[in-house]
Ligand binder design. Structure first.
Ligand SMILES: [Zn+2]
Ligand SMILES: [Zn+2]
Length: 130
């Protein structure tokens, strides 16, 4: 029983790792596509467990809650055209300590996102103009 749960938990984690960044809905769809047997309640339960264990986390991107696996501290790039999300390695600790100097409040974390056009969309936009 315990072993089965661990496998399912790993499956949820692996799916999220494959997806990179995904809303709960997208993650559920992906898991259902790859494994018909997994039930909704199992998925939700494992998401909760993984969140509690801090193996995955919720980030707010474009006002939506998106799940991702916990990795090195990083910021996000979001394509304004296709919505593609990618990780950008930025030392947010440094930014936090800079921000803390000009702030009387206690800063706990920093969720940074950069917006623009991804490589693919940049190419497509250029293609249209020619
Ligand atoms: Zn794009
Ligand atoms: Zn990320």
């Amino acid at each position: 029983m315990l072993r089965r749960m661990t496998t399912q938990k790993r499956m949820v984690y692996q799916a999220l790792e494959d997806l990179g960044h995904a809303s709960v809905e997208v993650l559920i769809e992906y898991l259902k596509d790859h494994n018909e047997q997994i039930s909704l309640s199992t998925i939700y339960r494992n998401i909760q467990t993984l969140l509690a264990e801090e193996k995955i986390k919720i980030v707010k991107l474009k006002g939506n809650d998106v799940l991702e696996t916990v990795k090195v501290d990083h910021a996000h790039f979001i394509c304004e055209q296709c919505g593609r999300i990618e990780d950008i390695m930025v030392d947010q600790e440094k930014i936090i300590s800079k921000a803390a100097k000009g702030c009387i409040h206690q800063i706990k974390k920093c969720d940074m996102a950069f917006y623009g056009l991804c490589q693919k969309c940049t190419k497509e936009t250029k293609g249209e103009r020619i």
